[in-house]
Design a protein around this ligand. Structure first.
Ligand code: PLP
Length: 434
């Protein structure tokens, strides 16, 4: 290991050379330098506002569900490291990938039993789109090549996913006119517990019917729209989509990249509706936040359709497809998740978030407070001052990353009750001062 860098030198080099997510170059605001992490705590390289440890309210963007430096995940990584970190997946296979695929097929809804392992969530959405378009091509219906989604969604930053992100006010507005023009339905009415709005359900049915001849698939985030606005909707709309897709020969893709592996209180959010999609994307928490890996699952119907085509193969094969190190850690992460009463843990966190965030309703400028599973959201009536909000949260010893008008948390599942209360206090402080 090289000598640790002086923090000021590190930040100067960071500004000069390193792009950060959605950031300018050179960088404007100094990021916090993290030296290590364990449990639910991030350790900073130097004290910030008197803290050297911050409780992580973000699970590193939904991924670190078991916290950091987890002994079982560490052991899985070390054990695999000593055998092999990587081999190509063309013509070769290995136990970590086979075990993981079998596991994913077992725990997924319905007959999603074929698994394409890829490197990131965005790529898994690319693969899902390719599967659906190719399915219809193989069946001699190449005109079915557009996607329908509802507004307010987020599906990743590469080209095809960008085309189904919220077209207005989102991060990808810049690219309208350049991206494939997809079909957009209105955003689903808010509220997990709200009854299905029949007028809106008819709107969905009508859009799918009208565009059926050109639609390969409908793609949505089930129950929770994440980076597009942290909005919850009734699971009933998933049943509406499933029925309309079946009635009009359109495939249904559910993007469970943020919601998968327990976050909303069901193992997959589709479970709230008892709906089985034709294609499902998972990512983020798949490796417990250790390594980058995602998966696209499909049913035998989709796989058979593709295999009957003139080009009977799925022409996709990332260099690091099914990376053994990531697959081994993903397997261990699923073991850890399923060995515990995860449903109970999510309920416990949900209760803690409901209690702790209730006080936010009285803060001036707070428009809405909503909690579902291990997700807590405070929405303001104005754009947030990110710097002030982040500073307020760090002042409480908590790491949060607000965006737009939203301060939100999705803590690791191992977060104890006291730390949940602390995260809630930090969300409130950020809402007051942001
Ligand atoms: C994060 C996310 C993606 C993109 O995943 P990356 O790994 O960042 O490429 C896609 N869909 C949803 C719902 C996400 O939350």
């Amino acid at each position: 290991m090289p000598e640790p860098m002086d923090v000021h030198d590190l930040l100067a080099l960071d500004r000069q050379h390193v792009w950060h997510p959605y950031g300018p170059m050179p960088g404007k605001d100094d990021p916090l330098v993290i030296e290590s992490a364990a449990g639910v705590r991030l350790r900073t390289a130097e004290p910030v506002q008197g803290h050297t440890e911050l409780v992580d309210g973000m699970s590193s963007w939904w991924s670190a569900i078991h916290g950091y430096n987890h002994p079982v995940l560490n052991e899985a990584a070390r054990g695999q490291l000593d055998r092999m970190s990587h081999v190509m997946f063309g013509g070769l296979t290995h136990e970590p990938a086979v075990r993981l695929a079998q596991r994913l097929a077992d725990i997924s809804p319905g007959d999603l039993e074929h698994v394409f392992l890829c490197d990131s969530g965005s790529v898994s959405v690319e693969v899902a789109a390719k599967m659906c378009l190719q399915y219809w091509r193989s069946l001699g219906r190449p005109a079915k090549q557009r996607l329908l989604t509802w507004r307010g969604g987020y599906h990743g930053d590469t080209w095809q996913p960008m085309s189904v992100c919220d077209p207005d006010g989102g991060m990808h507005e810049l690219w309208s006119g350049v991206l494939t023009r997809q079909v957009f339905a209105d955003a689903p009415p808010g509220g997990f517990d709200a009854p299905v709005d029949e007028a809106y359900a008819d709107h969905l049915r009508e859009m799918i019917a009208r565009h059926a001849d050109e639609l390969a698939a409908v793609i949505v985030e089930p129950v929770v729209q994440g980076a597009g606005g942290m909005r919850f909707h009734s699971p009933g709309y998933l049943r509406v989509l499933r029925e309309a897709c079946d009635a009009h020969d359109v495939l249904l893709v559910l993007d469970e990249i943020a919601t998968g592996f327990g976050r909303t209180g069901e193992l997959f959010a589709a479970g709230h509706a008892g709906v089985v999609p034709d294609v499902m994307c998972v990512g983020k928490a798949l490796t417990g936040g250790y390594l980058t890996m995602a998966a696209t699952l499909c049913t035998p119907r989709v796989a058979d359709g593709i295999s009957r085509g003139e080009v009977p193969v799925l022409a996709h094969g990332p260099t690091f497809m099914a990376n053994p190190l990531a697959a081994a850690v993903a397997g261990a992460s699923l073991d850890v998740l399923l060995a515990q009463d995860w449903r109970q843990e999510i309920k416990r966190i949900e209760t803690g978030l409901r209690d702790g965030l209730a006080q936010a309703r009285t803060i001036p400028g707070v428009r809405d407070v909503r909690v579902l599973g291990a997700i807590g959201v405070v929405q303001l009536d104005r754009p947030i001052d990110m710097t002030a909000a982040t500073r307020a949260a760090v002042g409480e010893g908590v790491w949060l990353r607000p965006f737009r008008d939203l301060i939100y948390t999705m803590p690791p599942y191992i977060t104890g009750d006291e730390d949940i209360a602390r995260i809630c206090a930090a969300v409130c402080a950020a809402a007051r001062e942001g």
